[in-house]
Design a protein around this ligand. Structure first.
Ligand code: PBG
Ligand code: ZN
Length: 338
């Protein structure tokens, strides 16, 4: 059909028609809020590059979780900032580590909010790498046992799901094994399967104090130039027992989300990472863009690409935005009128 027989504008002329033909919807159901737990009491350290985000001690963390829960957000992703670091990242898998304590406190107060824990060593090692180092080499196989121990200790503390983010080979199988051996076969694994070596993690690394002290993460995280390799990584993780696969970052990798969606029938999570959040906040602060609309357009684009769920620092703001539209009788919100 060609103009003038077909006029695409006919179905764009009013909001009712636009709602009828809208293909992608963003719902509170899709959102996962990342949070940072730190020791102490009454701590609420602002993260400079991520306005509205804080390192939170446990009672403040629970309060933020309550807010998320009341807005209908189904889950949070928990990161810990430990009191001490050492070469083996021992506080990552200690029974009274920060994540273990925070999980207990949240589940105690908000049993229906799903707590997903990030499983990695980089916040806990003094060298800042995601695995054990030998000289300047990050050792793969020796790291697996520690990651498995970390995941197990999170699950024992009450985590509803564990999410390994280290990008070592074989860690999903190792974690699946240890959970199953400990009567935790019901705990799902969300694997950071295609995690790229990205400069978009910058704000997170200062927030979580997890930047590597030497070198970079190129020997374990993926080269941003590669797409087929993402399919191999995802396929391996599924073989090893992943329940949800994640692509990270989201916005610069929408093509990867789309390709994986075409190939794979498992649920897909996309991580709208710290740098994606910070650059929108910065442009908004400069008065250069409408931050709220860019937020909604960005999150919608990630869903349109094929993600089933989005980890995003915008979770609370987006949930509020969606709610405010719903209260005006608009079920599915558009990025244009947002
Ligand atoms: C650590 C980890 C990182 C992120 C989540 N887990 C950073 C990294 O790989 O250095 C990034 C999250 C973000 O930027 O929002 N393995
Ligand atoms: Zn790490």
């Amino acid at each position: 059909m060609l103009f003038p027989d077909y006029r695409p504008r006919r179905l764009r002329q009013n909001e009712a028609f636009r709602r009828l033909i809208r293909e992608t919807t963003l719902s509170v159901d899709d959102l996962i809020l990342p949070l940072f737990a730190i020791g102490g009491r009454g701590v609420r350290n602002p993260i400079q590059s991520m306005p509205g985000h804080f390192q939170l001690s446990i009672e403040n963390l629970v309060e933020t979780c309550r807010k998320a829960y009341e807005l209908g957000i189904p889950a949070i992703m928990l990161f810990g900032i430990p009191d001490k670091k050492d070469p083996l990242g021992t506080s990552a898998y200690s029974k009274d580590g920060i994540v273990q304590k925070a999980v207990k406190a949240i589940k105690n107060k908000l049993p229906e909010l799903a707590v997903i824990t990030d499983v990695c060593l980089c916040q806990y090692t003094d060298h800042g790498h995601c695995g054990i180092v030998n000289g300047h080499t990050v050792e793969n196989d020796a790291t697996l046992e520690l990651l498995a121990k970390t995941a197990l200790s999170h699950a024992k503390a009450g985590a509803d799901m564990v999410a390994p983010s280290d990008m070592m080979d074989g860690r999903v199988a190792e974690i699946r094994n240890i959970l199953d051996e400990n009567s935790l076969s019901h705990i799902p694994i969300m694997s950071y399967s295609a995690k790229y070596c990205s400069a978009y993690y910058g704000p997170f690394r200062s927030a979580a104090d997890s930047a590597p002290k030497f070198g970079d993460r190129r020997t374990y995280q993926m080269d941003p130039a590669n797409g087929l390799e993402a399919i191999r990584e995802v396929t391996m993780d599924i073989e090893e027992g992943a329940d949800i696969i994640m692509i990270k970052p989201a916005l610069p990798y929408l093509d990867i989300i789309y390709r994986i969606r075409e190939e794979i029938d498992l649920p897909i999570a996309a991580y709208n990472v710290s740098g994606e959040f910070s650059m929108i906040k910065a442009a908004e602060k400069m008065g250069w863009m409408d931050g709220k609309r860019v937020m909604m357009e960005t999150l919608t684009s990630i869903k349109r690409a094929g993600a089933d769920m989005i980890l995003t620092y915008f979770a609370i703001e987006a949930a509020e935005e969606i709610k405010s539209h719903e209260s005006r009788g608009v079920r599915r919100i558009t990025t244009i009128e947002a």
